[in-house]
Design a protein. Structure first.
Length: 549
């Protein structure tokens, strides 16, 4: 039977309640955009106890139907557009095929549904079954870093993770396993990892595609809303005149691209030759990388010089273009635009290096801010022997050490330095390098370099060791517990040094305790059935006593 038939049975109060409940399950089988179990968990999680509560049962069906109706409307518009594109002999981009048919929840609650599903999949994540394959370990740890940051930010993907996630999705699609092989567990594991990555991408990354005449209405909405925030602009045209101009000039005559998120057009860019005539993002969607994605597509199709005009009063747009590598050519008096407002001419030079995002979280290129200022020269020397990173550091955590406050990277993506390069450094510089590699995205690298510094009581080394107490790799936590066995002994040098650090950083200690409980409950209850026996919990208990001594 069809989805509609099962939906009618769910609403039919003349049927036994048990049959109506089963009909809801069958309806989910007919429409499950994020998979059967994830779809069922989401609609019932929002609706309530559908097994016994009729109100919850009907609410769950409403949630499901709302999403299905959004999906059908979206696909109907897509079918019309594809008919037009086929007439013009345009092929469908692979990115759009994945966007239309991949793991994604359509409808007004798209973000909530995908965020909740990623949370659920992450809590169900098991220990990776492939420790002997370095490339898979690297891919897994990189995606895990994106997921953890996404969840910590309540479903907001970190700006530095946008390109990383796109790269990881391509790598995940290239992973091939024979489900009958001895590592068949890895087959299932990577299917779930791919699903998490795709859900995050469809929740946070826009689809950029060519516009067609059916997009004109929504493009006009974006244009009017964005221009409405520019209170300094004179009102020269009615909304009807603007909409007619968008449909008859911008979409019909210019090369127009739109950014689509959650099935809705949220931004657009229009090109006329080498001029970027328009780039606007809906106010409610600003700050989510949509403008950057549109500009990246524009530069892709116009690799040569690219020019644009922007009002001088539009300081936000000017900062945006300057941050993306555009240079100011001239300042105009406004005689060339109908608003008669002073403008600025910017240009993207041909052959220029692509713009790279600055590291977030207060990190600079030399990572000198990750150590006391007095060590700045040694840090630059140590960082100088590290191979170039595949990705920039995404986030950092701040700590206080004596009179210094510095930002330690959450993850680094530099390949390991060679033994020859390491031997050329001074002892202090080698310790700095080992500290940085304890923040590496590969757990095996973290463990190797931790072994080189774990016994040090240098105040600036302690944050790097302490951060690993809240690790999800249990072998690392066990190493820390084994070496810091004096933490519980009153008067010991270890207890004094770590107690002083955590007394100065109480929030760090609280967060570490929360991480320990979270990772133990997710991954390590098999090896440590009782929390009080888990090495991380023993360390945190000793640290709390040391900090309060």
């Amino acid at each position: 039977m069809s989805f509609g038939t099962y939906a009618r049975q769910v609403r039919n109060q003349d049927l036994p309640y048990g049959l109506r409940y089963v009909s809801l399950r069958y309806a989910v089988e007919r429409y499950m955009p994020i998979g059967y179990h994830a779809t069922w968990d989401y609609v019932t999680g929002r609706a309530g106890r559908v097994r016994k509560d009729e109100t919850a049962l009907l609410r769950a069906l409403d949630i499901l139907e709302t999403s299905r109706e959004a999906r059908l409307a979206e696909m109907a518009a897509f079918a019309l557009r594809r008919t037009s594109e086929k007439h013009d002999r345009r092929t469908l981009a692979a990115d759009e095929h994945r966007y239309r048919h991949g793991w994604r929840w359509p409808g007004p609650d798209a973000h909530e549904a995908m965020h909740r599903t990623v949370q659920t999949l992450w809590t169900q994540r098991q220990r990776p079954p492939f420790p002997e394959v370095p490339s898979l370990v690297t891919l897994d740890s990189t995606v895990a870093d994106c997921v953890q940051t996404y969840l910590r930010r309540d479903g907001a993907l970190h700006p530095d993770h946008r390109d990383i996630l796109r790269s990881c999705l391509a790598d995940l699609r290239a992973v091939r396993f024979d489900y009958r092989s001895p590592v068949s567990g890895a087959f299932t594991y990577f299917l779930r990892l791919h699903k998490m990555a795709e859900l995050m991408a469809h929740d946070a990354l826009p689809l950029v595609r060519r516009a067609w005449h059916g997009d004109a209405e929504r493009i006009a909405d974006v244009f009017l809303a964005a221009r409405g925030q520019m209170t300094y602009l004179p009102c020269l045209h009615t909304d009807e005149e603007t909409r007619a101009w968008i449909a008859g000039v911008v979409v019909a005559r210019q090369e127009t691209w739109v950014a689509e998120l959650h099935g809705q057009v949220t931004g657009f860019a229009a090109l006329d030759g080498q001029w970027l005539e328009h780039l606007y993002v809906a106010p409610e969607a600003q700050g989510h990388g949509i403008g950057s994605a549109l500009l990246a597509q524009v530069r892709k199709v116009r690799p040569g010089p690219l020019d644009l005009h922007v009002f001088q009063q539009n300081t936000g747009a000017r900062r945006f273009y300057e941050r993306h590598g555009f240079t100011l050519v001239t300042l105009g008096d406004g005689t060339d635009n109908e608003e008669n407002l002073p403008d600025a001419h910017y240009r993207w030079p041909a052959g220029a290096e692509p713009w790279q995002p600055e590291p977030a979280g207060g990190l600079n290129d030399s990572l000198t801010c990750a150590f006391p200022l007095a060590l700045a020269d040694d840090v630059r020397t140590a960082v100088g022997v590290m191979p170039i990173a595949g990705h920039c550091s995404a986030t950092s955590f701040e700590v206080t050490v004596g009179e210094d406050r510095f930002a330690v990277p959450e993850r680094i993506y530099h390949p390991e330095a060679t033994s020859e390069a390491l031997s050329a450094l001074s002892p202090v510089q080698r310790v700095i390098l080992h500290c940085l590699y304890t923040r590496h995205h590969d757990g095996f690298v973290r463990q190797r370099h931790l072994a080189q510094i774990i016994g040090s009581l240098e105040p600036w080394v302690i944050p790097y060791v302490a951060r690993l107490i809240g690790e999800y790799v249990v072998e690392i936590v066990e190493d820390v517990h084994r070496v810091l066995d004096d933490l519980g002994r009153p008067g010991s040098a270890v207890r004094t040094a770590y107690g002083r650090f955590f007394a100065d950083n109480p929030d760090f200690l609280t967060l570490t305790g929360q991480r320990v409980i979270s990772y133990w409950s997710c991954y390590h209850t098999g090896a440590y059935p009782r929390l009080r026996e888990y090495p991380g919990h023993l360390l945190v208990s000793a640290l709390r006593a040391a900090a309060s001594a």
